[in-house]
Design a protein around this ligand. Structure first.
Ligand code: SF4
Ligand code: SF4
Length: 177
């Protein structure tokens, strides 16, 4: 899990700035961004391939969980998440993720609900899909080796595409680098 000492774009002003910057770079460089749009589309497709088996692991393990990761962890959108959501889904999240208290419950990710995450899998920070807790890993090892291999491979492909997408975006944004 990432350290949360430096969560980016927590204020509305910072969030608006990063959103405006990405939109401006898109507007000024449309002719150079096709590769980024293509990579984002591939990421979306790969999320679709693994969503169903991952939901199955969640349905087997999360219902009785007493140490829910969405409560325990501090999660936020990073630049790769924002680039994928913008170039792949043509939108931005409304704001950076915060932890909030809901009634008598402990503080949890603002997208956490009684029914689990309120976001579609591809809208969540990638870390939420990348992370498998020990209970899920046990299930995978015991019963779903082949599925696990396929998911692991696809997650690595998404990770690689995200890195390339960010590298290319930074290169286009800073032509003097
Ligand atoms: S993924 Fe694991 S830690 Fe998170 S809620 Fe499900 S069982 Fe609990
Ligand atoms: S975005 Fe969804 S999956 Fe990720 S921590 Fe928040 S509630 Fe959990």
């Amino acid at each position: 899990m990432k350290s949360h000492t430096n969560i980016p774009w927590c204020s509305a002003e910072e969030w608006n700035q990063v959103v405006m910057s990405i939109k401006t770079i898109d507007r000024l460089n449309r002719d150079k961004l096709q590769n980024i749009y293509d990579m984002a589309a591939k990421i979306r497709q790969k999320f679709d391939e693994i969503s169903e088996p991952i939901e199955k692991f969640c349905s087997l393990t999360c219902v009785d969980c007493e140490d829910i990761c969405c409560v325990r962890a501090t999660i936020w959108f990073d630049l790769k998440d924002l680039l994928f959501i913008y170039f792949g889904l043509n939108r931005f999240p409304e704001a950076q993720i915060v932890k909030k208290k809901d009634g008598n419950r402990k503080k949890a990710c603002c997208y956490f609900s009684e029914k689990g995450c309120m976001l579609e899998r591809f809208e969540r920070p990638f870390i939420c899909t990348w992370y498998f807790c020990p209970a899920q890993k046990n299930y995978q090892v015991l019963y779903y080796q082949k599925v696990k291999l396929r998911i692991d491979q696809t997650l690595l492909e998404i990770k690689d595409l995200r890195n390339k997408m960010e590298e290319e975006f930074i290169r286009i944004s800073n032509p003097n680098l």
